[in-house]
Design a protein around this ligand. Structure first.
Ligand code: AHR
Length: 327
């Protein structure tokens, strides 16, 4: 029997026991006030529009009205140590469930082992861990980064039938989704000899940093770059600014593709400044709540839960989506 099955069994027994005693289902922790289920959310904190939409959606879902006390613990300046400290506090406090959006992919084994020993289920939101030991957590809820970045590469192959020089703006080194996005993109683009990678560099999800990086790339390549893959919207919008300041026309001289699908990116796609946007849907709070309820009831859940995400490949597609856009 896997650790997860054991945990589910323990949780199931605990839940039945608790229900028999008229207590709220809990899994090794103590319930919050007035029978609320306590959730420790080890979060990333301020990072950009995607993160704000995702973490707001989680907080808006796990409300007291829904029967939860959500304890929100954003990282301090994206620092992993502050996340590990918050994680440890939640284990010591005996919360019922921990939600983790990891700023770094590695370095979580000890924390996850401690939570397992305390019989506190851990659910990964968005970010994975490396090595991906699925026995150390119950499940990961996220759009599929390989699928999303493959969609960008497939679009690039179709958009540049005669080939292109391209540059990749990456998120921060050591983040799981960056590695996954490179893997998905490279598997397709790397098989197209006419798509020539002139370089890749992190711009740390930042518009300003991406603008500076692309300014340098255009200068060092005499503007002979036709495609930029930005691993998130903010960096793609920075690339747009750099292309414009180089006297080039984004969408014509240089096509820019991004991941996330926030309002600002769809607005830029509608204006022809971006050429392709792959959504990485941040609004999975209801899915997370459903998973938490299943876990606390002792039900089995899949080790990976994929959040469906769309793609947008034209100004018309962006204009259609914008009026109802929630992030
Ligand atoms: O982990 C998801 C990534 O983190 C998003 O693509 C990016 O915008 C955010 O900062």
């Amino acid at each position: 029997m896997s650790a997860k099955q054991r945990l589910a069994q323990v949780v199931g027994t605990a839940a039945v026991g608790a229900l028999a005693l008229g207590l709220t289902a809990c899994s090794g922790g103590d319930s919050g006030g007035d029978d609320l289920t306590t959730i420790g959310f080890v979060a990333v904190g301020p990072e950009g529009a995607w993160r704000e939409a995702n973490e707001t959606n989680i907080q808006d879902t796990f409300t007291e009205e829904a029967g939860y006390e959500l304890k929100y613990a954003p990282a301090t300046n994206l620092d992993q140590k502050s996340q590990i400290d918050a994680f440890t506090s939640f284990v010591d406090e005996g919360v019922d469930v921990i939600l983790l959006s990891a700023t770094e992919a590695t370095g979580w084994e000890d924390s996850l082992q401690r939570a397992q020993e305390a019989e506190i289920p851990v659910i990964l939101l968005d970010r994975g861990i490396e090595p991906d030991d699925t026995d150390l957590y119950v499940t990961r809820i996220a759009p599929d980064n390989i699928e999303v970045s493959t969609a960008v590469a497939d679009w690039a192959v179709s958009a540049f039938p005669d080939g292109a020089n391209y540059f990749v703006l990456e998120g921060p080194a050591g983040v799981s989704v960056v590695n996954e996005r490179n893997e998905g993109f490279d598997a397709v683009a790397g098989a197209q000899p006419s798509l020539v990678k002139v370089g890749a560099q992190t711009a740390n999800w930042s518009t300003e940093e991406a603008k500076s990086v692309v300014e340098t790339v255009l200068k060092s390549n005499d503007n002979d770059v036709q495609f930029i893959f930005a691993q998130n919207d903010e960096m793609g919008l920075g690339a747009v600014q750099a292309v414009q300041e180089a006297g080039l026309t984004p969408g014509v001289d240089v096509k820019i593709a991004t991941i996330d699908g926030t309002k600002n990116a769809l607005g830029a796609l509608a204006a022809g400044e971006l050429s392709f946007v792959a959504e990485y849907n941040p609004l999975f709070g209801e899915t997370a709540l459903d998973v938490v309820e299943k876990v606390l009831a002792g039900d089995e859940v899949e080790s990976s839960i994929v959040v469906p995400s769309a793609t947008f490949d034209s100004p018309e597609a962006a204009e259609t989506a914008l009026p109802d856009r929630k992030f």
